[in-house]
Design a binder for this molecule. Structure first.
Ligand code: PLP
Length: 407
């Protein structure tokens, strides 16, 4: 008899986006003349930068000719892309990362989801609340949690991100082995300072634990005192893996390209306490289960680092951040406390009421869709997330409607 992985039965159905869709559909059928504006999504709306499109076209043309055609590429990614990443994203900022430490993939979602399988099942795991749900669900699937009761899985250490701690979790009071951190954060938009990140790295070194640092939104950092990479912090290479993505950086959500950095020095331990290279383990896993990102996509991603690509990417970032600034200043003018939106595309707003009630109110009174914070974890209750990924006209119209409805 074929049997299932029983741990899947512990997973909570993700009602968040289907509930949103149901409520929007009901509103739309009652109000067919209102154009609903969606500020709930975490997907970009601007087209790929022209520099990426040019490189994409050229690479497709190469694939059309026997003389330049490419079959399977290196599983870890083509050297031209890994070298460009090491140089531009790390060495230029003083972080000594080698091309050999970089693994190209088709998404930070897959990488943040898959990485846990190279670690033991009985380790202690710390996960932020509110959270990007992939970290949580992949550990549930792997059997690292107990049942779900009162909004939380037994066996995990939750790192509360609240107004009191500035949405940067405190160090855990009990020792943990694997720590998930995400900055700039989804969903809160909060950032972490260099000294706060140093405390986490020091903690990991003291406890021989490992930090999984998700920097998918790094491009939005405007404040140059903030770290863009965990490797800008002393001692991080031994105790941290970093995830990056071209999705939000350059509009690759539908094109798919990302990368994970596992430095040579990064160490985990056998049951007997002997050190093992995490990079070797991840390399083994990657080469066994992944066959590389397509050549044209890697060429398109490498074009991000050309002078034209950099200018075009920054133009898009500025565009989304102008939306974010508008959303935040409008909500603050209405006296709602906000975090994010300055170094991130998300604004996390204290609704002063229940998340879903505020969601319903914005939908019914303004025809605007946001994301209820309660869908990201217990600490998200009472908050909503508004995303700056939309066109500027829609954002202006949405905020004018919200101002009307709330004032
Ligand atoms: N990490 C975070 C925090 C995200 O919010 C997202 C997407 O929304 C991802 C990773 C996924 O990125 P990718 O498109 O590279 O899979």
């Amino acid at each position: 008899m074929i049997r299932i992985n029983e741990h899947y039965r512990k997973l909570q159905a993700s009602y968040l986006f289907s509930d949103i869709a149901k409520r929007v559909a009901a509103f739309q059928s009652d109000n067919p003349d209102t154009e609903v504006i969606k500020l709930g999504i975490g997907d970009v709306t601007r087209a790929l930068p022209p520099a990426c499109i040019d490189a994409f076209h050229k690479a497709v043309a190469e694939m059309a000719d026997d003389a330049t055609f490419r079959g399977y590429g290196p599983e870890q990614g083509y050297p031209f892309l890994r070298e460009a990443i090491a140089e531009h994203d790390f060495r230029k900022r003083g972080a000594d990362i080698a091309p050999e430490d970089i693994f190209i993939s088709d998404g930070a979602k897959c990488d943040t989801g898959n990485i846990q399988e190279i670690f033991a099942t009985d380790i202690r795991i710390a996960i932020p609340d509110p959270v990007y749900p992939v970290y949580l669900d992949t550990n549930v699937m792997a059997g690292r949690t107990g049942e779900f009761t009162d909004g939380r899985y037994a066996g995990l250490i939750y790192l509360d991100s609240t107004r009191e701690n500035g949405f940067v979790p405190d160090l855990p009071s009990d020792p943990v082995d694997l720590i998930y951190l995400c900055f700039p954060n989804n969903p809160t938009g909060a950032t972490i300072s260099r000294s706060e990140l140093q405390q986490w790295v020091d903690y990991a070194r003291d406890h021989r634990s490992l930090i999984l640092f998700d920097a998918a939104y790094e491009i939005f950092i405007q404040d140059n005192t903030l770290p863009r990479s965990i490797y800008e912090v002393n001692g991080a290479k031994e105790v941290a893996i970093e995830f990056r993505s071209f999705s939000k950086t350059a509009g690759f959500t539908g094109t798919r390209c990302a990368y994970t950095v596992v430095p040579l020095e990064c160490t985990a331990y056998t049951a007997g306490g002997d050190p093992v290279s995490v990079r070797d383990l991840w390399h083994r896993r990657h080469a066994t289960k992944f066959n590389g990102v397509s050549y044209p996509v890697q060429r398109a991603a490498a074009a991000v680092y050309s002078a034209a690509g950099q200018a075009q990417v920054m133009e898009r970032v500025t565009y989304y951040l102008a939306n974010a600034e508008h959303i935040r200043s409008e909500m603050e003018a209405l006296e709602y406390a906000c975090v994010g939106g300055e170094n991130s595309p998300y604004i996390w707003i204290d609704s002063r009421t229940d998340s879903w009630s505020f969601f319903d109110m914005l939908l019914n009174a303004a025809g605007v869709v946001c994301t209820p914070g309660a869908g990201f974890g217990r600490c998200g209750q009472g908050y909503i997330r508004i995303s700056a990924f939309n066109n500027a006209e829609n954002v202006r119209e949405a905020m004018a409607r919200i101002r009307n409805a709330l004032s």
